[in-house]
Design a protein around this ligand. Structure first.
Ligand SMILES: C[S@@+](CC[C@H](N)C(=O)[O-])C[C@H]1O[C@@H](n2cnc3c(N)ncnc32)[C@H](O)[C@@H]1O
Length: 211
């Protein structure tokens, strides 16, 4: 359950500290993950051309930066872990911003798309509309947000990492409140019964006239 008052500094510091301390192990465990379905979901909603500016939000060690670069796009990473920032720069050769999700400083209208693979769930519910709104502002008009997160309805500490989990009906409301129009959502891994699909992925576009 969500604590009554949440120390946001602690949320970010402890969570990022967990990844910082386990950076090599995380890379070994995730570098071969097949997220093709997620790449295609984002790119399928964007103009069919090379040179797209993509923000990899919570890029980790850089697997997806290199993939987008190999397709001729211009990805930029963002992560709070300095180990991951260095690893991602070395692995992909892409620029990587060292920033805290909860204190973002992003240039306006600078990205065509955002790829947030397994990262937004580290943002507490109470901050999610604010952070999603900041992501909206760094997208161009017609810009697209992809996100994939573990499903659920709980929030709190999992040892040293903080997580907030959503089912689609609730997550959709947060997207809309932040000015995004959902285009599609799906559950992963593909081909399994819903009860074994522990991940919820979605693609949303900037609302032209957010209410
Ligand atoms: C589960 S990993 C996902 C990494 C990568 N996107 C992938 O798919 O392998 C979550 C990422 O979010 C980053 N992260 C978590 N909380 C953060 C925060 N408050 N500010 C910045 N980065 C954060 C971690 O450092 C980590 O790289």
């Amino acid at each position: 359950m969500k604590p009554t008052t949440l120390d946001l500094k602690e949320v970010a510091t402890k969570t990022v500290g967990h990844y910082e301390a386990n950076a090599t192990r995380f890379w070994e465990g995730t570098k071969d993950h097949d997220v093709t379905q997620n790449y295609e979901a984002l790119l399928g909603a964007l103009p069919k051309k090379q040179g797209l500016r993509i923000l990899d939000f919570g890029c980790g060690p850089g697997r997806d930066l290199l993939h987008f670069k190999s397709l001729g796009h211009f990805p930029t990473g963002l992560d709070g872990s300095s180990n991951f920032c260095s690893m991602a720069r070395d692995y992909s050769g892409c620029p990587v911003l060292h920033q805290n999700f909860l204190q973002l400083d992003l240039p306006k209208q600078s990205f065509d798309g955002i790829f947030a693979n397994a990262s937004l769930f580290h943002i507490p519910r109470q901050e999610l509309v604010r952070v999603l709104s900041e992501l909206r502002i760094c997208l161009v008009p017609q810009g697209v947000l992809f996100s994939s997160n573990p499903r659920g309805s709980s929030e709190g500490w999992m040892e040293n990492r903080y997580g907030a989990f959503f089912e689609w009906e609730e997550y959709e409301e947060y997207l809309r409140k932040a000015g995004f129009e959902p285009l599609q959502h799906y559950y992963r891994p593909a081909g399994l019964p819903r009860s074994e699909q522990l991940w919820l992925a979605s693609v949303s576009q900037l609302m032209l006239h957010p209410g």
